[in-house]
Design a protein around this ligand. Structure first.
Ligand SMILES: Nc1ncnc2c1ncn2[C@@H]1O[C@H](COP(=O)(O)OP(=O)(O)OP(=O)(O)O)[C@@H](O)[C@H]1O
Ligand SMILES: [Mg+2]
Length: 407
């Protein structure tokens, strides 16, 4: 199970310099937990934080120019922190599994004199086997498209791993994207797989009402638009487990007695809802936004092969406040599963964070220069003590104990 131990983001919109968890630059903090929430006032940078994670994935899959030019980003100069001339920088620390040595990845993106984004620095570093002290050694080191890569599982020369010079032809493409497809670079391949599979959810209930004519998708997509195809996939994979899963889920959605999958005459899979107070059945397109949203999150958590990192933006929108603590506990259980992902949630809901501890909640706030600061709730004076006395996180937040982050 791959783990993101920490990430530092510099010069990405309002995130001039924020660190979440442990990085090579700051080793004396705890690695990121399985479940995390980020709270803070409007405009403090919560969506930006999730978008920054999506940006790294987009750089990997589409190249840095396409990533910057996505419609919601508007190009490199809008993405880089205004007033700054340095590159956008990411420092990522991850472990392929708890027994492996951590890998540190640095990525710098800048623009050329014509304003075209390009990769200016990329470095992957890891300690050698048995090395307990000192700096990790690079096994990919690229500056302005030229550098060195070390093949194999280790950088130890006695293990027969060799270094070779490399030169990137396309400055928009990440070195880890190209080299990660080659079998002689297993560490880069694993890291590439880890980065490329992050999942960010921006659920749009209306889109989940669509019923495609056919098809099966192994994972729910960002907006939930492929909900029907995702269901189709699970049903084909595990027909017996599928109806048990629907029964399990129906118990967690208020007002719903049962959910059954039925086959329409044209072979499409339809969800049939048995709703309290009605003899007649309802179908996916009849259900309320909140019900569909809850259904989508619960289905996401049934994914047999989930993404290593799942980011969810404001799950509370459209959901009744009493459901939110339960939903938070569901996410906690999901993140705690043996093959579960790490889950990062942005929220405005005190009810949601009630299920979390001060080591799982970060507070974003803007400083006087208009840049975001990120603080772990456990580091805010007095918060840990009050929490230990029995005050839940939401109450602490609501009663202004976080001080910062409240407008
Ligand atoms: N290039 C940039 N440089 C500096 N700041 C920027 C840049 N682009 C956008 N911003 C600022 O970043 C902030 C956007 O924050 P974001 O949308 O992430 O907030 P949020 O915490 O998600 O707010 P909400 O709770 O309202 O959704 C805005 O204040 C905006 O002015
Ligand atoms: Mg937002």
């Amino acid at each position: 199970m791959a783990i993101l131990e920490g990430i530092q983001i510099q010069n990405y919109r309002a995130l001039k310099d924020v660190t979440l968890g442990k990085t090579i630059e700051d080793k004396y903090v705890n690695p990121l937990p399985r479940l995390m929430a980020v709270i803070g006032a409007n405009g403090c940078g919560k969506s930006t934080l999730l978008d920054a994670l999506g940006f790294v994935g987009d750089c990997l899959s589409d190249g840095v120019e396409v990533a910057c030019d996505k419609p919601h980003r508007g190009g490199f100069e809008r993405v880089r922190t205004l007033g700054v001339n340095e590159p956008i920088k990411f420092e990522i620390r991850y472990r392929e599994n708890p027994d492996e040595r951590p890998i540190n990845y640095s990525l710098w993106v800048d623009c050329d004199i014509n304003g075209r984004p390009r990769v200016v620095r990329e470095r992957l570093r890891q300690r050698r086997k048995g090395q307990r002290f000192g700096q990790p050694h690079p096994f990919l080191d690229l500056t302005n498209g030229s550098g060195t890569v070390w093949s194999g599982e280790s950088t130890d020369s006695e293990e027969g791993n060799k270094s070779e010079p490399i030169r990137m032809k396309d400055r928009q493409v990440l070195g880890v994207s190209t080299l990660g497809t080659l079998s002689e670079h297993p560490r880069i391949s694993k890291f590439r797989r880890f980065l490329s599979n992050w999942y960010l959810s921006y659920f749009v209930p209306q889109l989940a009402r669509t019923q495609p004519t056919s098809g099966a998708d192994p994972h729910l997509d960002r907006t939930g638009e492929n909900l029907a195809k995702y269901l189709q996939f699970i049903e084909r994979q595990q027909p017996k487990g599928f109806s048990a899963m629907l029964t399990r889920i129906s118990k967690k959605i208020p007002g719903v007695r049962a959910i059954k999958a039925i086959r329409a005459p044209d072979k499409r899979l339809l969800l049939e809802f048995d709703v309290e107070g009605y003899e007649d059945k309802f179908y996916q397109q009849d259900m309320s936004d909140g019900t569909l949203k809850m259904l989508a999150y619960l289905l996401l958590m049934e994914d047999p092969d989930p993404a290593p990192l799942v980011g969810v933006e404001e799950p509370e929108n459209g959901l009744h406040h009493q459901l939110l603590s339960d939903l938070a506990l569901e996410f906690k259980a999901f993140a705690g599963k043996a093959k579960g992902p790490q889950v990062l949630i942005t929220t405005h809901s005190p009810n949601f964070v009630d299920a979390l501890s001060p080591s799982e909640v970060w507070i974003l706030n803007k400083n006087d220069s208009g840049h975001s600061n990120l603080t772990l709730a456990a580091d805010v004076s007095g918060v840990m003590e009050l929490f230990m006395e029995g005050l839940p996180m939401g109450s602490l937040w609501y009663s202004n104990h976080f001080g910062i982050a409240n407008p």
